[in-house]
Structure formats: structure tokens, C-alpha cells
Design a protein around this ligand. Structure first.
Ligand code: DX5
Ligand code: ZN
Length: 218
């Protein structure tokens, strides 16, 4: 399983160094959480920060938009250096148009589902997606408890992707640590986001290896 550390849990006063540190620790992707204070009750980073930390790594930037109007922000985040942009199926903009906009910018598109949204909500769009992100907490804050009851959605998505012969990745986000990662791996998650599980760990490299499943967590 690939690991995408979420910068939401990094030291915000030293973001560039934190990106370099997590790259050196073995991260596969860098996950950046964008919140607008409307779609979720929190405000985080904008395109200016994404652009500022872009020179600190060559790893892909996985930008997770928790905003009501994602289509208006595709260009600024593409310009800032996003490689993947995911947005919520529950947001207010036209989904097909937003996916097409992301593709036009040469960025890989993904759709995100909140815990109350069924896997089937993204089935219509699977052919045009690079990734589906299954939230394993309510979006808005880091450090919440992992919802293992989201794993049937991961399995349903995996089955549908395989049935249709597609090549869409499944990402999970929220509460993933060395302790909860095995459940994700067993369910077929391809990429796990981890904020506190990596940035607050005493040894980030060990935490990434444990989440990835390349070493046993004893
Ligand atoms: C929550 C964010 C997550 C968050 C994960 O809304 O989408 O990416 O940073 O943090 P942890 O791993 O601490 O739950
Ligand atoms: Zn996220």
C-alpha cells in the first residue's frame, strides 16, 4: 500500500522542511488538505502555500479539495503544482464538468465520498477517474478515529472497478495509523493518507513502513 502523509499534521511554521523530511522518510505522495470554512467547518491551505512548498520535493502532490465550489479552484491549484486533484461528490459544482476541467489541465482527477455517502455515488464517473477517495472520518480535522465500517465501501468499489476492467486507485483518508492500516490493506486500499500517524510519530520512516505493510507492526 502506498502512503500519502497529510501536511495538515505537520509543523505549519516550517512547511517546506516538513515536506523534505517526509519525502526522505519514504512517502509516496504528499497529501494537501484544502478546506473553505463552508463545505467543512475549518480553513486550511490555499494555492499560495501549495506553490510555496512545491520546490521541496519531486513527489506527486495529492490535493484534496474540501470546498463547495471546486471547479473555480482547479486552475489555481493546477498552476500551483497539483498532480492529482480530488473533490467531493457532495460538493455543489457539476461533477462531469469539473472532472473534464481537471483533465484539461493535465492533472489526474479523483472523487471523494464522505462517510454517509454510498460507494455507488461515484459508479457513473469511474471511467473518467484516476482515483476514488473513501473518507474514513468526517472531513474537516486531523486526529479523529478511524471508521472501520467504511471498508465494505472500499470492497464494493474494488469489485466494481475490477468488474469493469478499469484501473482506478482507491485511497482512504482519516485515522490511518500503523494500528489501523492492516484493515485498509486487507480491504484493498491502494493509497492511505496519514496525518498524525506519520507527522506525530517518533520515527516517520518507521511509521510509513508500518502503514505501507513493508514491515510488521509488533
Ligand atoms: C481530514 C483530512 C485528512 C486528515 C487526516 O478532513 O482530509 O487528510 O489530515 O489526518 P489523520 O491521519 O490525523 O486522521
Ligand atoms: Zn485529506
Amino acid at each position: 500500500m502506498k502512503v500519502a502523509p497529510s501536511l495538515l499534521s505537520c509543523d505549519f511554521s516550517r512547511m517546506g522542511e516538513e515536506v523534505s523530511r517526509i519525502d526522505a522518510a519514504g512517502a509516496d505522495l504528499i497529501h494537501l488538505d484544502v478546506m473553505d470554512g463552508h463545505f467543512v467547518p475549518n480553513l486550511t491551505i490555499g494555492p499560495g502555500i501549495v506553490k510555496a512548498v512545491r520546490p521541496y520535493t519531486k513527489l506527486p502532490f495529492d490535493v484534496h479539495l474540501m470546498i463547495s465550489h471546486p471547479d473555480s479552484y482547479i486552475d489555481p491549484f493546477a498552476d500551483a503544482g497539483a498532480d492529482i486533484i480530488t473533490f467531493h461528490v457532495e460538493a455543489e459544482d457539476d461533477i462531469e464538468k469539473t472532472i473534464a476541467h481537471i483533465r484539461e489541465r493535465g492533472v489526474l482527477p479523483g472523487l471523494v465520498i464522505k462517510p454517509a455517502t454510498p460507494a455507488e455515488a461515484v459508479f457513473t464517473y469511474l471511467d473518467s477517474l484516476y482515483m476514488v477517495l473513501v473518507m474514513t472520518v468526517e472531513p474537516g480535522f486531523g486526529g479523529q478515529s478511524f471508521m472501520a465500517d467504511m471498508m465494505p465501501k472500499v470492497r464494493a468499489l474494488k469489485a466494481e472497478i475490477e468488474r469493469r476492467g478499469l484501473d482506478v486507485l482507491i485511497e482512504a483518508d482519516g485515522g490511518i495509523t500503523a494500528a489501523t492500516a492492516p484493515v485498509c490493506r486487507e480491504a484493498g486500499v491502494d493509497v492511505s493518507v496519514s496525518g498524525t500517524g506519520v507527522f506525530k510519530a517518533p520515527d516517520a520512516a518507521a511509521a510509513i513502513r508500518e502503514i505501507a505493510g513493508t514491515v510488521q507492526n509488533n
